[in-house]
Design a protein around this ligand. Sequence first.
Ligand code: DX5
Ligand code: ZN
Length: 221
Amino acid sequence: MTYLLSASILSANFANLGEECKNVLHAGADRIHFDVMDNHYVPNLTVGPLVCKALRNYGIDAPIDVHLMTNPVDRLIEDFAKAGASVITFHPEATENIQHSLDLIKKHKCNAGLAINPNTPFKYLEDYIDHLDEILLMSVNPGFAGQAFIPESVENIKKAKAILDKHKKQIPIAVDGGIKLDNISTVAKAGASIFVAGSAIFNTENYSATINAFREKLLIR
Ligand code: DX5
Ligand code: ZN
């Protein structure tokens, strides 16, 4: 099983974002999770395609997974694809035509994901499973960094895994929100293989030590 750690920039020092991304990747993170909030789909406001492009220009060449917490999404899909996104994930409730948005992501040669909130019906997964490269299961309600992992999310991961098995799909399940050293093994055992962590990494002094500690938790299965 390949496990990936995706570092959410939301808890990084934005005044020093390029360096923060370099450091976290050097410390062993596999990719950068780029949280886009629009003060409409969620109450918070973060960063857009210009900042993604700036990271690419700064020399960040690891995959950037863009998590759109915005409504609408289509215009931003195009802009983020041009700005160097590798994966683009959106919330199905936030677009008028899910298939069109997924097709748009593919047209721009990015990987496509659907982001599923704790209360989003799983029907979206069933309906679009053939068009997804990954699933982003939210283990908090989106909008803010540093929230506590919702324990019921473990059941949701198992449900998503069961849907994938039923359809004989091997796409990865990413889990986002409140991932810490004390829950990452449970989340992995439930079926996730990509772990998004923001505050658990960026709020520590030594990113390498933190990421190594995460990896060690993933060895004990
Ligand atoms: C929540 C964001 C998450 C979050 C992760 O709305 O999508 O990516 O910032 O941060 P932590 O790991 O601090 O929960
Ligand atoms: Zn996110």
